[in-house]
Write a protein that binds this ligand. Structure first.
Ligand SMILES: *Cc1c(COP(=O)(O)O)cnc(C)c1O
Length: 433
């Protein structure tokens, strides 16, 4: 399978090239040249298949031409070492819990898959080790570091701003050891990102070591997220609730929802999608007006969705041939303030006992507001509420339980390399690696 760039000005790439490069040469996002429809018999029997079997079928449609079946099956099964269950919250609203992975957020799925696919390609090359550089303001670093932990042939450097990430987030990438190095930068997130970008352009560093990124726009990170939409449909079908199923996705950079939309193109019978935004409502405004207008990022309670220029909009646009009417026919939007988020978390907790995190709260609320008679809604609960324990306890007046695997991280010993925000310091460190 070849991959083209959404900007259409870069050459087509193989899967291998698209995974190693991340972004196309013209700064567009890679798209598979064909999206295969799955046979009706698959959908007829899907409720009798396991999550692993469903994911293997979907993975084969995406990657089967480029990865041998046995290898692909192993990569999928290693990736999905945890379940993504559907849990009833309200009479007609269900939560697709995507937080049962190692770092308690849905990004575990894409990060784990990408690590294993990259390893598969590196083994074929028999080349020197690959070094992944990733800048993080918190969540991405933990998903990528844990996704790549212990994966042979790959070393990960996580750059994060000193004193600017929460303790819970920090311990998820500073206590791992092995092939993960955490680098504490005396600066802000933008400094970390600038160091990474400059490193990719630096001839000395590139001569010294093989560098790559694990950015969320990478096809190997975003496509595998389709697995759990197929599984959600299967589990809802088994409950007899899939006839008019609406999927609602709390969205920031729009990678997660785009994977679900790929499912639809492959024939997955989900009636429609809702993209739930926080106050960063660029997509919502696009749906209303047909004009895509990036905005400065606003800080909100659901901070992983604080994106003012969502990268994957280019993929949604491309998927529907740039037709606003085709996009609005299948996807609707919603936007919520921090006050809406707090109120929704309190209302849901008081009435149902279910603890939403601030991101999932946007998804649940959009279903409450927009679900029509006869429809059943499923929203993505994108992170475990304990990842935001202080905020959640403050809003709900609770003392929520911290899951064992999160508590384990907090017991570990922190180990970091310190650097200034000057590129020369960072470079000198990498040249000694
Ligand atoms: C990253 C993230 C999102 C946003 O997902 P996108 O794929 O960027 O739209 C939502 N919720 C949580 C908890 C996240 O970490």
């Amino acid at each position: 399978m070849k991959y083209y760039s959404t900007n259409k000005k870069a050459p087509m790439a193989s899967l291998h090239e698209a995974v190693v490069k991340g972004l196309a040469g013209d700064r567009g996002l890679y798209m598979p040249e064909r999206i295969k429809t799955l046979p009706q018999s698959f959908y007829d029997n899907i409720d009798r298949l396991s999550f692993h079997d469903i994911a293997c079928t979907v993975a084969d449609a995406f990657f089967g031409e480029d990865v041998p079946a046995d290898d692909l099956r192993r990569i999928v099964c290693d990736t999905l070492s945890f379940d993504c269950p559907v849990v009833q919250v309200d009479e007609n609203i269900y939560s697709l819990e995507l937080f049962h992975g190692p770092t308690l957020a849905f990004k575990d799925v894409g990060a784990r898959f990408m690590a294993r696919l990259l390893q598969h390609f590196i083994r074929q090359e028999k080349q020197e080790r690959v070094n992944v550089l990733v800048a993080t303001s918190g969540d991405t670093g933990s998903a990528v570091a844990n996704g790549f932990l212990g994966v042979e042939g790959i070393h990960v450097y996580v750059l994060y701003p000193k004193g600017k990430v929460s303790k819970i987030q920090e311990c998820q990438f500073t206590t791992l050891g092995q092939n993960i190095t955490a680098i504490e930068v005396d600066g802000v997130f933008d400094d970390c990102q600038a160091l990474v970008k400059q490193a990719f352009l630096d001839p000395d560093l590139n001569a010294h070591m093989r560098l790559t990124s694990a950015n969320s726009i990478n096809v190997a990170r975003f496509l595998p997220q389709a697995f759990y939409y197929f599984n959600a449909y299967a589990r809802m079908k088994a409950l007899g609730k899939a006839d008019r199923m609406v999927m609602c996705v709390p969205s920031g950079n729009f990678g997660n929802i785009t994977a679900g939309l790929f499912g639809h193109v492959m024939g997955l019978p989900i009636s429609r999608f809702i993209a739930a935004n926080n106050a960063n409502d660029i997509f919502y405004q696009y749906l209303q007006t047909g004009v895509y207008q990036p905005q400065p990022t606003k800080q909100t309670l659901a901070n992983a969705m604080d994106v003012g220029d969502p990268s994957n909009f280019a993929r949604v646009y491309d998927l529907y041939g740039g037709r606003h009417d085709a996009i609005t026919a299948y996807i609707s939007g919603a936007t919520y303030t921090d006050d809406d988020i707090r109120e929704t978390m309190r209302e849901c907790h008081a009435r149902t006992g279910y603890v939403l995190d601030p991101h999932g709260a946007c998804g649940y609320r959009a279903l409450r507001d927009l679900l029509e008679e006869g429809e059943t809604g499923v929203f993505c609960e994108t992170a475990h509420p304990a990842k935001f324990k202080e905020k959640v306890d403050d809003i709900l007046g609770t003392d929520i339980h911290i899951p064992q695997r999160l508590a384990e991280f907090m017991k570990g010993t922190k180990s970091t390399i310190q650097t200034s925000r000057q590129f020369d310091d960072f470079k000198a460190f990498l040249l000694k690696e």
